[in-house]
Design a protein around this ligand. Structure first.
Ligand code: COA
Length: 387
């Protein structure tokens, strides 16, 4: 997948994030399972992670991140054409979490769907969103990664519960004629490694039952060592490949934003790419592995910290369950200063979201009234009712 050939380019014009306020430190975890701060830090680099509160869900967190991203972009909800939510922890099997966010935003002109590609989900969603723009099909695409992994965690399994955290990130992609934005993308998979990282219960193969719950099949199961090997294998290769596709020398890339799973994996990639560790953006010490949310949260923080500036080449690279992996090379072009909302615009945005809530409740009420009415009978061609 390469940059648009028809003059339409997909630019990242807005970004937002949300992390729950509850911090769970390694010391807290050592009270729950047989582990230690020293073990977790030396094996993973993680010091703490955020855990969803009772009211936080993948939709509620994704919604907050999405609102912030739209605000940065100066885009109104009705201008959004498509909403893609990458998540391994959707609100429900269906409806899609993306539809819940669409409704809450009042994005009345948008299609919406969820995308499942494990921790690579956001990268896949970014690729799909960029291509929807480059093809000319859409102008504004909202791409969200949102996870409440704490709800599918086995808090008795020390080999997994120390790794993951909750949170959400979002970006707004916009069509533009100026070059830059998403320059190249690769998406890859190897389903033969599917059982290395899996939630075995609750799907069509193994539907939820007392037995599946008793056996804890609704929790994440992982072969950490094999996943580690796979990740270390694909990170540098995909970064090199995506740079070559864009015709950019890897040494000329100002920043690499990797999936935030494990510091040792990132260090292995840095060594393999012969790049200094400082070239990589790392925030996993604060959040752990937030799966599909990790890269968009990292994008937000890289911009906030001045590590991603207009004109920079940046590689995003992720890997995860499936097995899946993907990389994207972006020429960062977001204008500085960002679109700062005026007081009037803020009030207007709040009114829009309030209106979206009222509209949603009205639509539900209408549906209830409609469902209480008898169905219209089918008519024959002459307008006579069939018997
Ligand atoms: N605290 C203390 N000891 C722990 C532990 C914990 N939280 N978790 C596992 N251990 C123990 C194991 O039981 C094992 O003990 P044993 O040798 O007596 O059997 C020992 O530590 C070593 O386990 P091992 O699996 O070899 O450790 P490791 O160096 O491979 O590190 C991971 C384990 C999980 C940190 C590492 O494999 C990893 O990060 N893998 C990738 C996971 C990942 O990123 N998944 C998401 C992909 S999107």
């Amino acid at each position: 997948m390469a940059e648009s050939k028809n003059g339409r380019h997909a630019h990242i014009v807005g970004w937002g994030k949300y992390v729950p306020s509850k911090v769970l430190t390694n010391a807290d975890l050592a009270q729950i399972v047989d582990t230690s701060d020293e073990w977790i830090v030396t094996r993973t680099g993680i010091h703490e992670r955020r855990i969803a509160g009772p009211k936080d869900t993948s939709a509620s967190m994704g919604l907050i991140a999405a609102k912030e991203a739209l605000e940065h972009a100066g885009v109104r909800p009705h201008e959004v054409d498509l909403i893609i939510v990458a998540t391994a922890t959707p609100e429900y099997a269906f409806p899609a979490t993306a539809c819940l966010i669409q409704d809450a935003l009042g994005a009345v002109n948008a299609g919406a769907f969820d995308l499942s590609a494990g921790c690579t989900g956001f990268m896949y969603a970014l690729a799909v969103g960029a291509q929807a723009i480059q093809s000319g099909a859409h102008k504004i695409v909202l791409v969200i990664g949102s996870e409440t992994l704490s709800r599918i965690m086995d808090w008795k399994d020390r080999s997994t519960c120390v790794l993951f955290g909750d949170g959400a990130g979002a970006i707004v992609l916009s069509a533009g004629n100026s070059s830059g934005g998403i320059l190249s993308t690769i998406c890859r998979s190897d389903g033969s490694g599917g059982d290395l990282l899996i939630v075995p219960g609750g799907g069509s193969r193994c539907p939820t039952s007392h037995q599946t719950v008793d056996q804890g099949l609704h929790f994440i199961k992982m072969n950490g060592r094999e996943v580690f090997r796979f990740a270390a294998r694909v990170m540098d290769k995909s970064a090199r490949e995506v740079a070559a596709r864009a015709g950019i020398d890897i040494g000329d890339v100002q920043l690499i934003i990797p999936h935030q799973a494990n510091l040792r994996i990132i260090r292995a990639a840095a060594r393999a790419l012969d790049l200094p560790e400082e070239r990589f953006f790392i925030n996993l010490q604060y959040y752990g592995n937030t799966s599909s949310a990790s890269i968009p949260i990292a994008i937000c923080e890289a911009v906030e910290q001045g590590k991603l500036n207009p004109g920079d080449h940046c590689i995003l690279v992720g890997f995860g369950a499936g097995l899946t992996w993907a990389a994207t090379l972006v020429k960062w072009g977001a204008p500085k200063p960002l679109h700062e909302m005026t007081r009037f615009e803020r009030i207007y945005a709040r009114l829009l979201y309030l209106g979206a809530g009222i509209r949603s409740r009205l639509m539900r009420a209408l549906l209830r009234i409609e469902s209480a009415l008898p169905l219209p009978r089918s008519s024959d061609r002459n307008g006579k009712r069939k018997k």
